[in-house]
Design a protein around this ligand. Structure first.
Ligand code: NAD
Ligand code: MG
Length: 396
């Protein structure tokens, strides 16, 4: 077994961050926590510092940093406290770090995740938005800096487990016909379409199979999550959008499949618990206990599949269009979605207005080829402006 690995957890107080720490705590002989970051919930971060004694904690603002530092000092915890984007970048790329769990939600995770990639770290990618926004630049940086990119998204982790070595050269070259990306269909899979205009944030966040942060929960309810995952899969596995088919599988037991030209279809199964992909990626290429209970097929009893309905889920269609358009389209899609989801959660937009806002932004803004990160950030900014203008005009 390898020596003790020093881990930075970006987004430590979130759903993925806490699951990561749960797995890490089961293996003190393999992992030690180097840094923890959080944007809010300082009391929770303080408790995590107490428990894991990281070298660094990173918070949003200087005032938060002072506040947390005083608290930790009073408890004789020697954690140094940094703040802001520069603090995140420092702990993501620090020489003493072996692996970085990228589990900040949304575009805010891009710069620290890229910093980890550029420092050649083992990067465990949960923050799909970072890859969606900057796909070609991100993957180029992985190759240039020799980073090891391991997918945490359960579907992508499943696909990674089912693919043969050498897939990066192209799926056809390794006998793969297509990737089958599974989706639960979220809480509104069977809700009458006419009722989708009046669903509440609480209903949207009540996912039938997974317990997750609020943003990804809403993305799952609109199926934008699957749209972002389609784009994510194209980048991670060197696939074209037409090589990735979305399959609704309400039980969330099969986490995705790979279809080979000889008719073989390989799937990865397990209970819906993110500690499985987290433990897989942390230990890869070894295997270790994650705390997840064994899959009981007799309890599962049946596995169902359905084709997705793009009338019910227009976000899936918009994401596929953005994947096919390439260039800045995924960055525009992602940023408009972030603004729209926040507005929905804040009561300023209806659920069915989320795709309307994204569609409006994509119709307004021309897509250009991405040559550098500035162009990605400009697309992100412009998209947010357009989405906010829509909200000022039509929102509540
Ligand atoms: P979450 O909302 O539970 O946690 C987000 C974390 O990011 C928190 O620690 C928060 O403090 C931090 N954060 C939020 N805004 C920030 C900002 N502006 N700057 C710095 N830090 C910030 O989210 P989550 O469900 O854990 O998801 C995290 C990421 O993992 C997302 O990209 C999501 O799509 C992806 N993901 C999550 C799951 C899941 O089961 N939760 C599954 C697959 C992928
Ligand atoms: Mg997923």
């Amino acid at each position: 077994m390898t020596s003790l690995q020093h881990i930075t957890v970006l987004g430590a107080t979130g759903s993925i961050g806490l699951s990561t720490l749960d797995v890490v705590a089961r293996h003190p002989d393999r992992y030690t926590v180097f840094a923890l970051t959080a944007y809010s919930r300082l009391a929770e971060l303080e408790q995590l510092c107490h428990r894991f004694r990281p070298h660094f904690a990173v918070v949003a603002t200087e005032a938060d940093a002072r506040f947390l530092f005083k608290k930790l000092q009073a408890e004789n915890i020697p954690t140094k406290v940094l703040f802001g984007e520069s603090g995140l970048i420092e702990v993501a790329s620090h020489d003493d770090v072996d692996a970085v769990m990228a589990a900040i939600v949304g575009a805010a995770g891009l710069s620290p995740t890229l910093a980890a990639v550029r420092a050649g770290k083992k990067v465990l990618l949960a923050n799909k938005e970072a890859l969606v926004m900057s796909g070609s630049l991100f993957m180029q940086a992985v190759r240039t800096h020799g980073a090891q990119l391991l997918p945490i998204d359960s579907e992508h982790n499943a696909i990674f487990q089912c693919l043969p070595p050498g897939y990066a050269e192209g799926l056809a070259a390794v006998g793969v016909r297509r990737i089958l990306l599974t989706a639960s269909g979220g809480p509104f899979r069977e809700t009458p379409v006419a009722q989708l205009s009046s669903v509440t944030p609480e209903q949207a966040c009540a996912h039938p199979n997974w317990s997750m942060g609020r943003k990804i929960s809403v993305d799952s309810a609109t199926m934008m999550n699957k749209g972002l995952e389609l784009i994510e899969a194209c980048w991670l596995f060197n696939a074209s959008p037409d090589q990735v088919e979305v399959v609704i599988h309400p039980q969330s037991v099969i986490h995705s499949l790979v279809d080979y030209v000889d008719g073989s279809v390989l799937a990865q199964l397990g209970n819906p618990d993110m500690r499985t992909p987290i433990a897989h990626a942390l230990a890869w290429p070894e295997r270790m206990e994650s705390g997840v209970s064994p899959l009981d097929l007799f309890t599962v009893a049946r596995l169902d599949f359905q084709a997705p309905d793009e009338v019910r889920f227009p976000c899936l269609r918009l994401a596929r269009q953005a994947a096919e358009a390439g260039g800045t389209a995924p960055a525009l899609l992602n940023a408009a979605n972030e603004v729209a989801v926040e507005a929905f959660l804040g009561g300023r937009a209806r659920f069915d207005e989320i795709p309307a806002i994204i569609g409006h932004v994509l119709a307004c803004e021309a897509v250009v080829e991405v040559e550098n990160l500035d162009m990605v950030m400009q697309a992100d900014c412009r998209s947010r402006e357009l989405a906010k203008a829509w909200l000022n005009r039509y929102g509540r």
